[in-house]
Design a protein around this ligand. Structure first.
Ligand code: 13P
Length: 341
C-alpha cells in the first residue's frame, strides 16, 4: 500500500477553499430529483446533467473531489471524454460511491444497516482502474427516542461495516470517505442529536482503529449537530456551529486530515452559513469543509430544469454555490453575497 499517496490524495481533496461535490445519487435518488423538475430519468438526461456540473468553468477552484455513482464513472462527455479523465484533467479528483444502500436491520425495527461488503475488494480494483482515487460509504443512523432508536447494537453494526469498508479501500489504494449520517428527520432536539452523534463517532473511531485503518489517509463525512426537522425549537446558526465543533473536537482524532460535512436536507443557504460559522470559530486540527449533494445541486437543478437551453444558467448557479461554500471554508462568507449574481 502506498500510504504517502493515500495521504496526499486525502489532503488534496480538502485543499485551500476546496470541498467535495457529492454527485453520486443512486438511480432511485436521481429519479426523485428529476421528478421535481418534471424531467425523465433517462441515461442521457443523467449524463448531460452531470456533464453540465463537471464542465462548469472555475468550479475546480472550489471543488477538490467529485463523488460519482457507478454509472457515471463509466460515462463520457458528448465529445467522448470519460468523466473520470475530464475531472482529473481539471484538477477535481474522481471518487465513487461503493455502498449498496441502507437496508432494514433484521431484529432491530426502525434501524438500518448499509450493505455492499461482499465482493467489495474486487469492485474496488475495477473502480481504481476506471480512474477513481477515493470512495464513499454511507451509514444511516435514525433517531426515534420513544422506540429506543438508535440501539447500541445498531451503532456498532454500522461502525463495524464502515471500518471494514475503509480498510478494504486503503488496501486498494483508495481514500475512504467515512460517512456515518445521523439523520435530521424527526422531532428530536439538537441536544439529542449531539448525544447520538458523539456516541456514533466514538464507536466509528474505535472500529477504525481496530481495523488498522490509517487515519491520515481518510476523510470523515458527518452530519452537523442540528435540531431535528420537526423539532418545535430550531437551533440558530451559532448554536449549530458551537454544538458541532464541540462534538467533533471530542471525538475526531487530529490525525484525520479533513471533515467534509453532508448537507442532509438543510437548505443550500443554511448549509453554507453553518459551514462558515464553524470555520469562523477558529483553528481546528483538521480542515473543515463540505461534501454536499443537495446543498450544491438544488439551484443548478432548478435552473437547468431538464432543458438543454438552460445549461449556462445551470452552470452559473452551480458555480455560485461552489464559490460561496469555498468562501465558507475560511469564514469569509456572508449572507449578503447570496444577492450578488
Ligand atoms: P446531501 O448533502 O444531499 O446530504 O448528500 C450528501 C451525500 O453524499 C449523502 O450520502
Amino acid at each position: 500500500m502506498n500510504v504517502e499517496q493515500l495521504i496526499s490524495i486525502a489532503n488534496e481533496i480538502v485543499g485551500p477553499q476546496k470541498g467535495v461535490l457529492a454527485a453520486d445519487e443512486s438511480s432511485p435518488t436521481i429519479k426523485k430529483r428529476f421528478d421535481q423538475i418534471n424531467t425523465e430519468s433517462t441515461e442521457e438526461n443523467r449524463r448531460s446533467y452531470r456533464e453540465m456540473l463537471f464542465t462548469t468553468p472555475g468550479a475546480e477552484e472550489y471543488i477538490g473531489g467529485v463523488i460519482l455513482f457507478e454509472e457515471t464513472l463509466g460515462q463520457k462527455t458528448k465529445d467522448g471524454v470519460p468523466f473520470p479523465k475530464l475531472l482529473a484533467d481539471k484538477g477535481m479528483i474522481p471518487g465513487i460511491k461503493v455502498d449498496k444502500g441502507a437496508k432494514a436491520l433484521a431484529g432491530y425495527p426502525g434501524e438500518k444497516i448499509t450493505e455492499g461488503l461482499d465482493g467489495l475488494r474486487e469492485r474496488l480494483e475495477g473502480y481504481r482502474e476506471q480512474g477513481a482515487r477515493f470512495a464513499k460509504w454511507r451509514a444511516v443512523i435514525d433517531i426515534d427516542e420513544s422506540n429506543g432508536v438508535p440501539s447500541r447494537f445498531g451503532i456498532e453494526a454500522n461502525a463495524h461495516a464502515l471500518a471494514r469498508y475503509a480498510a478494504l479501500c486503503q488496501e486498494a489504494e483508495l481514500v475512504p470517505i467515512v460517512e456515518p449520517e445521523v439523520l435530521m428527520d424527526g422531532g428530536h432536539s439538537i441536544e439529542i442529536c449531539q448525544v447520538v452523534t458523539e456516541e456514533v463517532l466514538v464507536e466509528v473511531y474505535r472500529q477504525l482503529a481496530a481495523h488498522r485503518v490509517i487515519l491520515e489517509g481518510t476523510l470523515l463525512k458527518p452530519n452537523m449537530v442540528i435540531s431535528g426537522k420537526k423539532c418545535p425549537t430550531q437551533a440558530g446558526v451559532e448554536e449549530v456551529a458551537a454544538a458541532t465543533a464541540v462534538t467533533l473536537l471530542r471525538t475526531v482524532p487530529g490525525a484525520v486530515p479533513g471533515i467534509v460535512f453532508l448537507s442532509g436536507g438543510q437548505s443550500s443557504e443554511e448549509a453554507t452559513a453553518h459551514l462558515n460559522a464553524i470555520n469562523a470559530m477558529g483553528d481546528f486540527p483538521w480542515e473543515v469543509s463540505f461534501s454536499y449533494g443537495r446543498a450544491l445541486q438544488a439551484s443548478p437543478l432548478q435552473a437547468w430544469g431538464g432543458n438543454a437551453g438552460n445549461i449556462e444558467a445551470g452552470k452559473k448557479a452551480f458555480f455560485k454555490r461552489a464559490k460561496l461554500n469555498g468562501l465558507a471554508r475560511s469564514g469569509d462568507y456572508n449572507t449578503s453575497m447570496e444577492k450578488a449574481a
